[in-house]
Design a protein around this ligand. Sequence first.
Ligand code: ATR
Length: 277
Amino acid sequence: MTDPRPLTAGVVGWPITHSKSPRIFEHWFQENGIGGRYCHLAVQDHDFETVMKALPKAGFRGVNVTVPHKLNARRIADSASEVAERMGAANLLIFKESGEIHADNTDGYGFMENLTAGAPDWRPESAPAVVLGAGGATRAVVFALLAKGVPEVRVLNRTKEKSEELTRSFSRKVKALPWEARSDVLFDASLLVNSTSLGMTGSPALEIALDNLPQGAVVTDLVYAPLETDLLAAARERGNRTVDGLGMLLHQARPAFKAWFGVDPVVDEALREICLR
Ligand code: ATR
């Protein structure tokens, strides 16, 4: 029997008005001829659980979850995918017809889809990856890199306690190294990832020397405003392949659309342009 619920979903966060997710979903609705609705849900921490438990009763099919609710989203769900379980965080809630809430985490998936689309020649198993940062985004990146067979992941963060804490939840392939070593640890890397907020419009610059980075290494930045960060520009100028961060946002949304509306949507140039406006 077909699902009788309306084709309704949204993105929940606080603050939320800046989110580009509605643009993404509206584009996909149009492209696939689906009469769906997708809205911003501005929900504060103390209301999160109450609202999530009520939305399935209002016919919602699910929500995307953003800051500051990702940990809570996993906690309040009735079941979780293996990734969400291991990360202890969810960016996607699927409301089943039965009323049950299922948690998933597609951040790492989005990161890897974007990277492999932008750098199809990158060989994950060939050499270590260097990842800057230690927040929630870094955790998703490290998870995805290990799943792809990267032999060693070097995590460097300004606050070393946070990178050490992060590495403890992974295997010994993941190493926490001092932030000051960020230019030195690149010498044999096949991938450099910036998952800090440095380089974002309004944030301080990311200071790093790329002289040691092998020519064949790929450089990617989770920051997508500006689209070409100083890091990506510097890498491109010295001949490294670069992958911007916008695609991660777009690709992480695909599994949500598929789960709620039954279609795997396409990430294309038109969608990128809509998000850059
Ligand atoms: P997310 O969950 O999206 O990863 P976050 O938890 O706010 O976001 O993490 C932001 C990252 O940028 C952190 O790794 C942070 O380093 P700290 O853990 O030391 O705070 C990093 N970051 C932010 N400002 C920075 C700065 N001025 N210098 C170095 N790192 C910075």
